[in-house]
Design a protein around this ligand. Structure first.
Ligand SMILES: NC(=O)c1ccc[n+]([C@@H]2O[C@H](COP(=O)([O-])OP(=O)(O)OC[C@H]3O[C@@H](n4cnc5c(N)ncnc54)[C@H](O)[C@@H]3O)[C@@H](O)[C@H]2O)c1
Length: 272
């Protein structure tokens, strides 16, 4: 899709961070935008800011773990704009702790949002994207889908490896079948967002993660690295560029991702 002008984009996790950065970049390219997020107040504020500046935008409060909520999101998009061309499955959460400390409810929450949320989005929107004879899906994984070296992040790392696998598989299937829907995999790292505060959206049945010295050190490390990272809008520009040029992998820190893959390959090669 060389020209994004006048096309319609749906972005989940769009009320803040990378999702909002994508929305702003898409709007600047002349797209009409649908913002979906579980947080109503920042969602309403973002939509108000966009519409005041002349962008055609709507917000739909959506929990991506709920298949019916995604169906409602698709219906609202079609009712308002009559089409959808780009879908960004971007909502994601992180919950940490040493492996043995993470309760099953927390595992379920992270896998529900990060993996099932992406699956629901792809399955519900694919038939609508096909209708346009041009379309693009962008799934947000993470550097953690390529580099598993950080401790206390097992649920997050497992979920993002799953997003890498399902997105590579989806892209291959669509390409083989000649379906005119492009696919990209966004693997961000060090983008300045509220990711370390992801537990703000923790469901009532998920206990707060333990405040251990190891966990504190990891969060401080992520915070420090993020402080020197890029702005969400820059990440959004990389996504828009990948859609225009039909590029699959989008890395904000390519060396970190490649190091993770090379390290794994080396250990396999060494017979470790
Ligand atoms: N910031 C980074 O450097 C970085 C690195 C790797 C991966 N990511 C990924 O980028 C994506 C966006 O995260 P971010 O960094 O912008 O963080 P963020 O916390 O600023 O944004 C995440 C958004 O998702 C929303 N959300 C959470 N649960 C939801 C649900 N169940 N349904 C709908 N929306 C929900 C939140 O309300 C929030 O607006 C995530 O998938 C995250 O894993 C970010």
């Amino acid at each position: 899709m060389k020209d994004l002008n006048n096309r319609v984009a749906v972005v989940t996790g769009a009320a803040s961070g990378i999702g909002l950065g994508m929305v702003e970049e898409f709007a600047a390219a002349g797209m009409r935008v649908v913002l979906a997020d579980i947080e109503k107040k920042p969602l309403d504020e973002a939509v108000a800011r966009l519409t005041e500046s002349g962008v055609e935008a709507i917000g739909v409060v959506t929990d991506v773990t709920d298949r019916r909520a995604i169906e409602t999101l698709a219906a609202a998009t079609m009712d308002t704009f009559g089409a959808v061309h780009v879908l960004c499955n971007n909502a994601g959460v992180e919950y940490g702790g040493l492996f043995e400390e993470v309760p099953p409810e927390a595992w379920r929450w992270v896998l529900d949002v990060n993996v099932l949320g992406v699956i629901h989005g792809c399955q519900v929107f694919l038939p609508l994207l096909r209708q346009q004879h041009e379309g693009h899906i962008v799934n947000t994984a993470s550097i953690a889908g390529f580099n598993s070296s950080v401790p206390t992040m097992a649920p997050y790392i497992a979920s993002k490896f799953a997003v890498v696998g399902l997105t590579e598989s989806l892209a291959a299937e669509l390409q083989t079948a000649g379906v005119p829907v492009g696919v990209s995999l966004l693997a961000p790292a060090n983008v300045r967002t509220r990711m370390v505060e992801a537990e703000r959206n923790r469901p009532a049945d998920v206990p707060a993660s333990l405040d251990t010295p190891t966990r504190r050190a990891v969060l401080k490390l992520i915070d420090d690295v993020m402080a020197n990272g890029i702005e969400p809008r820059e990440c959004g520009a990389m996504v828009a560029d990948a859609i225009r040029n039909d590029r699959f992998y989008i890395f904000t820190e390519q060396i970190m991702a490649f190091d993770g893959v090379r390290n794994r390959l080396q250990r396999m090669d060494d017979g470790e």
